[in-house]
Structures are given as structure tokens and as C-alpha cells.
Design a protein around this ligand. Structure first.
Ligand SMILES: [Zn+2]
Length: 132
């Protein structure tokens, strides 16, 4: 049998099946160890350590999605909207642009994040900034 990824010949009993693909052991390990863009666990850990040192009152009671969004902006200080959208979609693949806009509106209302534009006319970029 052939590994579908590296095309090397592998004995049948050393084939691993992952997401419908037959892979050799090396490729299987490689596929399994691909780092995920969004690590919700790491965010929780960061939050836990931060809550010991105190944090801005306004970020209490956020939904997980709102918090993921906020934590990402907080880490970056300022982030291109497209980059933030890509990050959020890597965490929540079924998230829509409307939902993202809704989160922004909520966080802006709480004075946690704000946006600004750079450029003029059609050629502008939107950034999301941490509220400070
Ligand atoms: Zn392989």
C-alpha cells in the first residue's frame, strides 16, 4: 500500500488512516502534530494567570468568542481587521462576518476595543485597537 502523502510504499499493517487518507507512520505523526492556529487552552491559561494579578473590570462576563477576540487584540495592541477575522475563523470556523461585527460592537461599547482607518478613499485599511 502507498502512503497518500509522501507516496512511499508501506506494508499494510503500518498504514494509519486519518480523515479518510491512508498514511505512513511519519506522515501520520506529521499530520497529527500540525499546530492549531487558535489555542483556546492557552488563552484560558493566560487568563487564569492574569486573573491572579488583576485585570480590567470591563472584561468580566464576556462570552468565550468575545473573550477570544478581545484577548487577541489585547495581545497585539492593534491588528488589521482581516487578520483578526482570520484568527477568529481559525477558532470558530462557522463564525460569520456579521457575528464578528457584533462582537466588535459589544466590545467597543464596553470600551475594550476600538477601530480606526488608515488610508483614504477606497484604499483604506481597518484596524482594531485595544482601548487604552
Ligand atoms: Zn508518508
Amino acid at each position: 500500500m502507498r502512503c497518500e502523502k509522501c507516496r512511499s510504499e508501506v506494508p499494510d499493517d503500518e498504514i494509519y488512516v486519518k480523515a479518510g487518507r491512508s498514511l505512513c507512520e511519519d506522515c501520520y505523526i506529521e499530520v497529527m502534530s500540525v499546530p492549531r492556529t487558535c489555542d483556546v487552552g492557552a488563552v484560558s491559561a493566560a487568563r487564569a494567570s492574569r486573573s491572579l494579578t488583576g485585570h480590567k473590570k470591563g472584561d468580566e462576563g464576556l462570552t468565550p468568542k468575545q473573550r477570544t477576540y478581545y484577548e487577541f487584540v489585547k495581545e497585539k495592541g492593534t491588528v488589521l481587521r482581516e487578520e483578526l477575522v482570520r484568527y477568529m475563523m481559525s477558532c470558530y470556523p462557522d463564525m460569520t462576518m456579521e457575528e464578528g461585527e457584533g462582537i466588535f460592537a459589544t466590545l467597543r461599547h464596553l470600551e475594550l476595543v476600538k477601530g480606526h482607518r488608515e488610508g483614504t478613499g477606497k484604499d483604506f485599511k481597518v484596524y482594531i485597537d485595544i482601548w487604552s
